[in-house]
Design a protein around this ligand. Structure first.
Ligand SMILES: [Zn+2]
Ligand SMILES: [Zn+2]
Length: 306
């Protein structure tokens, strides 16, 4: 299985358009050791020919252009066979609306996530210009499904969603009551090799079921949004803690780094990294701590072969 990081940043990207924090200013001015990153998305493929996207970021157009394997091979064509959505946050699903050029799309998502995108959303009509423009395939927590494109041909990869403690997308907050299928992690398994990729880019807590889902996998991409709980509230950027935003911090005694360090996965990679996070700086103490624990920091263009 091939895995390509299309984007490694949390919502807003790095740098973020309205942010003048030390990291964003430093990366713009070239005064810190860090590279810009677009918003979180992975591309996975069984052999390099057929591709599946995990989340569709607002920067999907430039992400496709940045990776020749995703370029069309005929006048009207895309090697992207389907998109899997882990939740309905705009930084994870807005890209779908940028794929509106009358091309049939297959989307895997829980019923909750589909509902949040299709109901009471006048923009969604742009993806209903002809019958079957979008084929939705329902994901169910605890059930493993074959990944396939529009022709239904099995890819040899399966997807299994795992309920991940999270929150509703901001635009649905207060409109519907929360549900375990609002936010899921994804286990992608290759049938022939048995190799498993786990992708948990938004998770507020390491619950028992999540730890079980991570046990024995070969590669983990994990929520690296914040290093510390008060990363936004401390410098007065926002009055919320990491936990309020349903992102488990990396650092600290109860942070994800301690837990990830104990897992057996060959590759443990932080992704969905907020622009304020000190691990973005290649020479920071926090970056050294991540690497000393055997973990990595994702960057746009990173590739992992399982
Ligand atoms: Zn996000
Ligand atoms: Zn910033």
């Amino acid at each position: 299985m091939r895995v390509r990081v299309l984007g490694a940043a949390a919502g807003g990207g790095f740098p973020q358009w309205n942010c003048g924090c030390d990291n964003c200013r430093g990366v713009r001015e070239g005064t810190i050791r860090a590279t810009p990153r677009t918003q979180d998305s992975l591309a996975v493929s069984p052999g390099g020919d057929r591709w599946f996207l995990l989340n569709a970021s607002p920067e999907i157009r430039s992400q496709v252009e940045s990776f020749p394997s995703l370029h069309p091979r005929r006048p009207r064509h895309s090697p992207i066979e389907a998109i899997v959505l882990a939740n309905g946050d705009l930084d994870h699903c807005l890209g779908v609306f940028s794929l509106r050029e009358a091309h049939p799309i297959v989307i895997y998502a829980t019923e909750r996530v589909r509902h949040g995108i299709t109901e009471s959303n006048v923009f969604y009509r742009t993806l209903e210009r002809f019958p079957d423009q979008v084929t939705w395939r329902a994901l169910k927590v605890g059930r493993e499904d074959e990944l396939a494109g529009g022709d239904g041909r099995p890819s040899g990869l399966t997807v299994e969603p795992v309920a991940a403690p999270g929150k509703l997308p901001v635009h649905l907050d207060g409109l519907v009551s929360p549900d375990p299928e609002d936010n899921v992690g994804l286990r992608i398994r290759e049938r022939t090799s048995g190799r498993v990729l786990a992708y948990f880019s938004a998770i507020g807590k390491l619950s028992r079921s999540v730890l079980q889902a991570l046990d024995g996998v070969d590669c983990i991409f994990f929520d690296g949004t914040f290093w510390s709980s008060d990363e936004l509230s401390g410098p007065g950027l926002m009055a919320k803690t990491a936990e309020d935003l349903a992102h488990l911090p990396i650092g600290g005694e109860d942070g994800s780094l301690q837990a990830l360090a104990r897992l057996s996965a060959r590759r443990r990679v932080y992704i969905h990294i907020n622009n304020t996070n000190p691990i973005l700086r290649e020479d920071s103490a926090e970056r050294r701590a991540v690497e000393a624990a055997g973990c990595e920091v994702a960057f746009d263009g990173m590739e992992v072969t399982l």
